[in-house]
Design a protein around this ligand. Structure first.
Ligand SMILES: Nc1nc2c(ncn2[C@@H]2O[C@H](COP(=O)(O)OP(=O)(O)O)[C@@H](O)[C@H]2O)c(=O)[nH]1
Ligand SMILES: Nc1ncnc2c1ncn2[C@@H]1O[C@H](COP(=O)(O)OP(=O)(O)O)[C@@H](O)[C@H]1O
Length: 204
């Protein structure tokens, strides 16, 4: 029987660098996880491709998928819906492939209820002032929204205890290596490697 893959969930406050770290991880050659492409009702940004960055859906389509129970989790975030399609994730896990989700905090907590065996990683900023700087330099928010995001970010940081790991995103490369090490360690904790040695002993 194939052992199920790991469900790896990367979450954390807006602006901490989740998208940046996720893209850096998937640009590496030695990464062996599947990325679950989310569905969203937000409009594509310049350069974004349907089916690569997101599956872009209308609100009606998204709501009908909610009714059909097609999401592991979904959340409304800054006026748009975002959700993780259940079929792709289930298919990968049952084939023994590891799946990586990069989602905001409300969604991550829903996934934890459904998949408590998942590996939940909270990406944390080196400091609140650095977080504010990142949100500001990204330039997608007005001053009012930045303060709003900071208030939400503080509430989200308080939820880090619900996670298995906290990874500081001081430097992107360091954050990526920490996450990759966590996945390796989680595999060692589970049975896959033990089974390999047990089989070796049986042959002896
Ligand atoms: N709950 C949930 N959040 C998601 C999903 N996909 C992306 N997100 C989060 O939605 C937030 C907004 O993403 P996006 O519109 O791409 O803008 P960003 O703030 O530049 O990353 C980010 O925190 C993402 O991590 C999903 O499927 N479910
Ligand atoms: N380790 C880092 N050091 C400095 N800036 C970073 C780092 N990680 C991300 N950033 C910057 O912070 C901003 C927010 O990153 P982003 O990936 O959009 O965050 P999130 O997806 O969590 O909302 C971007 O301008 C990004 O370039």
């Amino acid at each position: 029987m194939i052992e199920r893959g790991l469900l790896i969930v990367l979450s954390g406050p807006s602006g901490v660098g989740k998208g940046t770290v996720r893209k850096a991880i998937f640009s590496k050659d030695d990464v062996d996880f599947e990325y679950s492409i989310s569905m969203t009702t937000r409009k594509p940004r310049e350069g974004e491709v349907d089916g690569v960055d997101y599956f872009f859906k209308s609100k009606e389509e998204f709501k009908s998928l909610i009714e059909k129970d097609k999401f592991i989790e979904w959340a409304e975030y800054v006026g748009n819906y975002y959700g993780t399609p259940v079929d792709y994730v289930e298919q990968c896990l049952s084939q023994g492939k590891d799946v990586f989700l990069e989602i905001e905090v409300q969604g991550a907590l829903q996934v934890k209820n459904k998949f408590p065996e998942g590996v939940f990683i909270f990406l944390a900023p080196p400091s609140l002032s650095e977080l504010k700087k990142r949100i500001t330099t990204r330039g997608t928010e007005t001053a009012d929204l930045i303060n709003n995001r900071m208030t939400v970010a503080k509430e989200e940081i308080e939820m880090m205890d619900a996670y298995d790991y906290v990874v500081e995103n001081d430097e992107v490369d360091l954050a990526c290596s920490r996450i990759q090490s966590i996945v390796v360690a989680e595999h060692c904790k589970r049975t896959r490697i033990r089974e390999k040695y047990q089989r070796m002993l049986e042959v002896e």
